[in-house]
Design a protein around this ligand. Structure first.
Ligand code: ATP
Ligand code: MG
Length: 309
């Protein structure tokens, strides 16, 4: 997998932070050296790791502005086995300051991460719910983007804006920026619309959609209130197991890529939102579009995972 992964989707509440924190914990469980960077003024990833965001002396804000070394701001998340660069609302002021810079404002984060890049196997950046200067900095610093998506009616709205931002950043500053994958989150297989939207994603993005789906799971929702990733709140929970499965899939994909297999390109355009009439999957299958065959993976997998906690 790519070294620096930005978790991005400008839509709010789609599971970016939950994915960032639980992916960090699951990767650390495979003995990888992991840095989780909170780049959201809401500081949710910081709190989800058990830190009080109101008591930070040095945070992402100072690091981003070049007022502190990255090393000064890093916190070891003891039990979880990864390192955190915490954040709080100061980041909002940092963004305003960045916007006032005449040049180089998009590459501040890339420069700030540079000294520590080799110290970590994977750096995960939790982005805010906006295509703002913070997210642009994350995308310029990243090797790949992981896009969490909730399979609901408006899920696909705004996806073309994100894909076009990614394309612009490729052209302007980061030509090798890849799509790590599209991740279906909070998945409920009993919901017809979720299945419909899921099928549309598979039909449109094909191999770029992770086969692993993250089920709607109470343990994932409550773990942040304990200041822990789900893996350390309830390691047997379906949520914790799903994020471990995601890491397994990412590792397998990496091995396939290293073996020379070519991953299909990601289409630039966004499909229309699901109309909920249940015909989408059949249409895509009839058209023979990539991804239509395994469209039932998600419901089946999520269903298997819905049986208990
Ligand atoms: P924001 O855009 O505000 O940063 P986000 O995209 O980071 O939001 P999260 O904070 O991860 O989204 O999730 C939104 C809410 O949904 C949170 O209350 C979280 O606990 C809950 N949640 C996320 N994933 C799941 C899941 N798989 N099952 C149940 N609840 C979930
Ligand atoms: Mg968040």
């Amino acid at each position: 997998m790519k070294r620096v992964i930005a978790i991005a989707n400008q839509k709010g509440g789609v599971g970016k932070t939950t994915t960032a924190v639980n992916l960090a914990a699951s990767l650390a469980a495979t003995r990888r050296r992991v840095l989780l960077m909170d780049l959201d003024p809401q500081g949710n990833a910081t709190m989800g790791c058990g830190l009080d965001k109101s008591k930070l002396s040095v945070s992402s804000c100072e690091v981003l502005l070049g007022e502190a070394e990255l090393a000064q701001a890093l916190v070891q998340v003891e039990q979880s086995g990864f390192t955190l660069l915490p954040a709080n609302q100061d980041l909002t002021a940092a963004e305003v300051r960045l916007l006032s810079l005449p040049i180089g404002r998009e590459i501040k984060l890339r420069h700030a991460l540079q000294p520590k890049r080799e110290d970590f196997d994977v750096i995960i950046i939790d982005c805010p719910p906006a295509l703002n200067m913070l997210t642009v900095n994350a995308l310029v610093a990243a090797d790949s983007v992981l896009i969490p998506m909730q399979c609901e009616y408006y899920a696909l709205e705004g996806l073309s804006a994100l894909l076009s931002t990614i394309e612009q950043i490729r052209v302007a500053a980061n030509p090798t920026l890849a799509i790590e994958g599209v991740l279906r989150t909070m998945y409920d297989p009993r919901n017809n619309l979720a299945n419909e939207v899921s099928n549309q994603l598979l039909a449109h993005f094909g191999e770029a959609v992770f086969r692993t789906v993250i089920p709607r799971n109470i343990r994932l929702a409550e773990a942040p209130s304990f200041g822990k990733p789900a893996l350390f709140h309830d390691k047997e929970s379906r949520g914790a197991l799903a994020y471990l499965a995601l890491v397994g899939e990412m590792i397998r994909r990496e091995e396939v890529a290293a073996g020379g297999a070519v991953r299909p390109p990601v289409p630039a355009a966004t499909p229309a939102p699901a109309n909920g009439n249940g015909n989408g999957a059949a249409e895509h299958a009839a058209a023979g579009e990539p991804g239509s065959a395994p469209a039932h993976d998600a419901p089946a997998a999520a269903d298997a995972m819905t049986k208990d906690n």
